[in-house]
Design a protein around this ligand. Structure first.
Ligand SMILES: [Zn+2]
Length: 415
């Protein structure tokens, strides 16, 4: 069988599978056994709110997916992509990098404007309907414009660097790109809170007081030195809550959403931070970076190999490997690989999240606050409390709320 045909079959399977998974996610797990277990911690209304929120916009999300697939199919299996590149080539003459730049910009604009109405519907209309969003329409436009500009800026730099490496190092690129992407990943984790966060958020150091003292005591207990604790003003945008760590070695920073502090007791905030510290204690970040780099190496080899084979068949309109018009083809291959490995990466992530939960319980020694946090978070975010098993296997990076509560219930700590 021709490789092109194999790709078309895999692509069709991917579309079917995506739709099927959406259907199962819509259904959820409606077994009465699960329902009874959930009712120990939640009301019928909580369960229904999760169902309503997760089901809202079902058909619109199907249309969005189908549109995405159609666009990907058209760009990969018809001459559309190479025609676009040729068009720019004619306009600007032989300047390769200018063609790369123009191709990327048009690709980015097409993608952005096609996804814009969906982004407005899901990110603005539905978020208001469920009373999550505090944004005015103007706030939303500003937020979107900033994301657009940042994506365009970094996307252009990445594209030009990748094009340079591919064109000038036809053999070594497989080794160079994973190393560059590792470097870029480390750099963004340091620069993100300094450059990107301030573009979107107001934030400042946490107030002196008992919460700060408790956080310092917690990090000392875990042997983690914290440089700064910041409070991010998420309430200007939404009621969603979050907390995260950034930085490396001696310069760790904690970011807490003001919504988290407002809606939770100090003990509950500490429980959330205990989980984040759990990730540090178990070196999950380092583990994920090493794994990610190995993965990038393998992907590069695979992409190079598949490209050569498919190009040799001359059935898919492909130019050179470094040509900008090859980009949609490479994205398609990556997305196919992604679908295949999704359950493995999601499963691994759930294992790490469980480990962080266990560490939170050990560090805080407070399973009551842990359980209350889980209940409150699920209620506040209208989480789906009865997700379908297939959805969990393929898409959930975290254990379900009920699993996390049950983990805490079974914890044999001092209280
Ligand atoms: Zn986590």
């Amino acid at each position: 069988m021709k490789l092109r045909n194999i790709l078309i079959v895999l692509f069709s399977f991917q579309i079917l599978f995506t739709l099927l998974l959406k259907y199962f996610s819509y259904q959820g797990d409606l077994s009465s056994e699960l329902h009874e277990k959930i009712l120990k911690y939640f009301t019928e209304a909580d369960i229904q709110a999760g169902i309503d929120y997760s089901r809202r916009g079902f058909f619109v999300s199907i249309i969005a997916s189908l549109l995405d697939f159609t666009l990907a199919g058209a760009f990969v299996f018809t001459p559309l992509s190479s025609r676009l590149e040729e068009f720019f080539q004619k306009k600007v003459g032989g300047n390769f990098y200018l063609v790369v730049f123009l191709y990327f910009i048009s690709f980015y604009l097409i993608e952005f404007f096609i996804s814009l109405p969906f982004s407005y519907y899901f990110g603005f209309v539905i978020e208001h309907e469920f009373q999550f969003s505090n944004m005015t329409f103007l706030d939303w436009v500003i937020f979107k414009s900033k994301s657009f500009g940042i994506g365009l800026f970094f996307g252009t730099i990445i594209m030009l660097v990748v094009a340079f490496v591919l064109k000038n190092l036809p053999r070594a690129w497989k080794y160079i790109l994973p190393i560059l992407s590792l470097g870029f990943g480390l750099l963004t984790s340091v620069l993100f809170p300094i450059i990107i966060t301030p573009i979107f958020y107001d934030f400042g150091p946490i107030e002196e007081g008992s919460l700060k003292n408790k956080i310092v005591a917690l990090s000392e207990k875990a042997n983690i030195r914290i440089e700064n604790i910041y409070v991010i003003k998420e309430s200007q945008y939404s009621g969603h809550t979050n907390a995260y760590f950034t930085g490396w070695g001696e310069s760790k920073k904690i970011f807490l959403y003001d919504t988290l502090i407002k809606n939770h007791t100090e003990e509950e905030v500490i429980s959330v931070l205990g989980h984040e510290i759990g990730h540090w204690v178990h070196n999950h970040q380092t583990f994920e970076i090493v794994l990610g780099t190995i993965q990038t190496f393998l992907f590069c080899f695979l992409l190079g190999y598949v490209f050569q084979k498919v190009k040799a068949e001359e059935l898919v309109p492909l130019k050179e490997f470094y040509s900008p018009s090859t980009l949609p083809f490479l994205f398609l291959i990556l997305s196919l690989i992604g679908t295949v490995i999704e359950p493995f990466s999601a499963g691994l992530s759930r294992i790490l999240e469980t480990q962080a939960d266990q560490e939170a319980l050990i560090l805080t020694n407070d399973k009551k606050s842990f359980i209350n946090t889980e209940i409150k978070l699920a209620k506040d975010n209208k989480s789906r409390l009865n997700p379908h098993k297939l959805e969990i296997i393929f898409e959930h990076s975290h254990p379900t709320t009920l699993e996390r509560i049950e983990l805490a219930e079974s914890w044999k700590g001092p209280n």
